[in-house]
Design a protein around this ligand. Structure first.
Ligand code: PLP
Length: 417
């Protein structure tokens, strides 16, 4: 029985969500639209299989085909990221990070990570997350004037707190990260270095962001942001643990931490879809896509600055444009709602040295991965930025009506699926 006949309610809601995605324009920096090929792999009977363990080391029978699929996913991940080892089983980016902490740390160990208001993720030591509850996280932030990472300051903090692990990588940092500098700091204090490239994975693969290898011991990522794969996580690492003289098998530690450390059986349909997306990311057309993602973000940042809407750090090197809307708007929550009313989906966000509450902070975070998948070029992006500026500055009923019409036209012109 098909879905429509079995469960009309869910069928109708899925239809509604597809319609919403088609008619609205997403500028959520962590979202993207996967290909039909990725969707096809996701909706398969692979979801029926149990395959605890790793290729050729499973606990259940019947895994000949699954072994081949996971091996392909691993080989492709290693290739596109130039990695010595890959684990494609983490169910999400958060799971990937949690597994690395379990592999490298003991409860109570000291870790150095970026603070939330400078773009850190919950899994980088937030008190409400398992990372903050089990490990002693210390923070570094960005420089108050440049709003960029200040490697001298980070080194000072590292020397003071002597972390076992340094975590770099963010959710809302619009500039490039210098992994080489982080490695120099890690070497000075004898710590592991982990890069969380959840947001920039696609840029790394396409060569539009400095590469975390060979500098990092471990690299974690999501597969669904700029990488444009299915929702999921990924861990890449070196084979050898350079700090543990007793057990130098870093790859083995990472695998053990994922399963049986924090997960049971992998989601084989998702692993297959990851493999498809890794293949797609290896093609020249993906490189072209990512180049356009960055061009669109730069064009938008320039347009905002030109029109007096402050862009955090002045510009962007990646797919993120972080706006400080406090000059025009009492409430970024209201601005987020105003934008939603006209069909532009973005999220409110803290900015460096945030003075307001995280529930109603000063910033709006925009990202170009989704619009670029829809075929937006710089001209379309600047046009969209102008519509956003209109709503930020003067969210009148008349302006909203006008902008809503333009957004509908844009969405229709750049269709998905
Ligand atoms: C999105 C993100 C994650 C978490 O990914 P989930 O799949 O939502 O768990 C982790 N780290 C960073 C830096 C992220 O941006």
């Amino acid at each position: 029985m098909n879905l429509k006949k079995t469960d009309k309610k869910i069928y109708d809601l899925i239809k509604k969500e597809i319609k919403r995605q088609k008619e609205e324009i997403s500028l959520i920096a962590s979202e993207n639209y996967v290909s039909v090929a990725v969707l096809e792999a996701l909706g398969t009977p692979l979801t029926n299989k149990y395959s605890e363990g790793y290729p050729n080391k499973r606990y259940y029978a019947g895994n000949e085909v699954i072994d081949k699929i996971e091996t392909l996913a691993i080989e492709r991940a290693k290739k596109i990221f130039s990695a010595e080892h890959a684990n494609v089983q983490p169910h999400s980016g958060s799971q990937a990070n949690t597994a690395v902490y379990l592999a490298l740390l003991k409860p109570g160990d000291t870790v150095l990570g970026i603070d939330l208001s400078s773009g850190g993720h919950l899994t980088h030591g937030s008190p409400v997350n398992i990372s903050g509850k089990f490990y002693k996280f210390h923070n570094y932030g960005v420089n108050k004037n440049t709003e960029m990472l200040d490697y001298q300051e980070i080194e000072k903090t590292a020397l003071a707190v002597r972390p076992k692990l340094i975590v770099c990588g963010t959710t809302a940092y619009p500039r490039s990260i210098d992994f080489k500098k982080f490695r120099e700091i890690a070497d000075k204090v004898g710590s592991y270095l982990m890069a969380d490239i959840a947001h920039i994975a696609g840029l790394v693969v396409a060569g539009e962001h400095p590469h975390p290898f060979p500098h990092c011991d471990v690299v974690t990522s999501t597969t669904h942001k700029t990488l444009r794969g299915p929702r999921g996580g990924l861990i890449l690492c070196k084979q050898t643990d350079r700090l543990d003289k007793e057990n130098t098998n870093l790859a083995g530690k990472i695998d053990k931490a994922v399963f049986p450390g924090i997960q049971g059986g992998p989601l084989d349909h998702v692993v297959a879809a990851k493999a498809v997306s890794f293949l797609e990311a290896s093609k020249p057309i993906f490189k072209k896509y990512i180049k356009q993602v960055v061009k669109n973000a730069k064009a938008m940042a320039k347009e905002f600055e030109k029109n007096g809407v402050r862009v955090v750090s002045g510009s962007t090197d990646n797919h993120i444009v972080l706006l400080d809307v406090s000059k025009y708007s009492e409430s970024s929550k209201k601005t987020q709602n105003d934008l939603e009313e006209v069909g532009i989906i973005a999220n409110r966000n803290t900015i460096p040295y945030e003075t307001k509450s995280p529930f109603d902070p000063s910033g709006i975070r925009l990202g170009t991965p989704s619009i670029t998948t829809r075929g937006f070029n710089e001209k379309d992006s600047v046009f969209l930025a102008d519509l956003i500026i209109k709503i930020i500055k003067e969210p009148t009923a008349k302006n909203k009506r006008e902008v809503k019409k333009e957004v509908a036209k844009l969405a229709k012109k750049h269709s998905i699926y």
